[in-house]
Design a protein around this ligand. Structure first.
Ligand code: SME
Length: 318
């Protein structure tokens, strides 16, 4: 008989609790994360025991709709789960996510192991630096978790197309991000990684033009791309790409005609997003822009903050 140490399972499987608005969508999101072993929707951090959905719905019990996430930390880290969580919610909304309002829809991360706190605080600080203000998400010790009624479990599997407050793009980006991470593996060649990324983005998201410009000799020079032919070189500070490089930030352009200095490589492009890519400077440890990921759409207003946050994660992976 094979004998495993009695703590074998406990060592591999860890637990964290995410409140991200309606638990139907949040559970569905985490079910799609590789390395998540199980998910349970429920009610956390309220003042009564074993509340019903109807009681929590009054907002009088103080519970937040929460999903217990058990994960294999040899396959996905707590840090990664928190990054994915922050990329799925609106971190600025107070007691509201999507169309849902009330303290039960507040966002929060609840931990049962105090050793998790530093990672949660670091990721909170990274998000704060990204959005320039403190997120509304609370980080608290878990103070009671009560699994929800059976009808709320696996809700969006049981009711495909049912109500989901999350932007559905999030589910496509999550799959793409995880597949890309597997596909890129430890391939060391930057051009190969960029080529594969452009191809996968184009195949999954169906954009008009997806590609990379690399910083070479003080200019942006065309790199691997998918779509129609494009301009070879862009100066720093010129066009959307050169501006994203100069300002070291993602730029979302809803209507290219309204962006002063937009460079029209194709007259068919109507909206655009440009995400800088960084490497760490060995001399002073600072970040320097080494290129940009540029995506164009034939429709106005294609890109928003959801695209920005996921494409930044994809650019970091590449
Ligand atoms: N529109 C970009 C130029 C690159 S193409 O979109 C491929 C810009 O204004 O920088």
């Amino acid at each position: 008989m094979l004998c495993l140490p009695s703590n074998y399972i406990r060592v591999m499987v860890r637990t964290i609790y995410f409140a991200g608005g309606c638990f139907w969508g949040v559970e569905h999101f985490f079910k799609g994360v590789d390395g998540v072993v199980s998910t349970t929707p429920g009610y956390a951090n309220g003042s009564t025991e074993n509340p019903s959905y109807e009681q929590v719905y009054t907002d009088l019990t103080g519970h937040a709709e929460t999903v217990q996430v058990r994960f294999d930390d040899s396959r996905v880290s707590l840090r990664q789960l928190v990054k994915l969580f922050f990329a799925s919610i609106d971190p600025l909304a107070v007691n509201r996510q999507g169309h849902d309002e009330g303290t039960r829809y507040r966002t929060g991360i609840y931990y049962s192991d105090p050793a998790d706190l530093p990672v949660l605080q670091e990721e909170f600080a990274a998000l704060e630096a990204r959005i320039g203000t403190a997120p509304a998400t609370e980080i608290e010790p878990l103070a009671g978790f009560w699994p929800a009624e059976e009808r709320h479990r696996d809700y969006l599997d049981k009711n495909p197309g049912g109500y989901c407050h999350l932007d559905l793009k999030v589910f496509r980006y999550l799959r793409l991000y995880q597949d890309l991470a597997l596909m890129l593996g430890d391939e060391p060649d930057a051009v190969a990684r960029q080529a594969q990324t452009a191809a996968l983005l184009q195949e999954r998201m169906g954009f008009f033009w997806t590609g990379f410009y690399r910083v070479l000799d003080g200019q942006l020079v065309l790199g691997p791309f998918q779509g129609p032919p494009a301009c070879f070189r862009i100066a720093r500070g010129r066009g959307v790409c050169g501006t994203a490089w100069q300002q070291q930030r993602t730029i979302v352009v809803s209507d290219v005609e309204a962006f002063p200095g937009h460079i029209a490589c194709s007259s068919e492009s109507r909206s655009e997003i440009v995400v800088p890519m960084y490497s760490r400077n060995e001399a002073d440890g600072g970040l320097q822009v080494i290129g940009v990921l540029d995506i164009d759409s034939k429709s106005i207003g294609t890109f928003d903050d959801t695209d920005a946050v996921w494409l930044e994660m994809i650019a970091a992976l590449v």
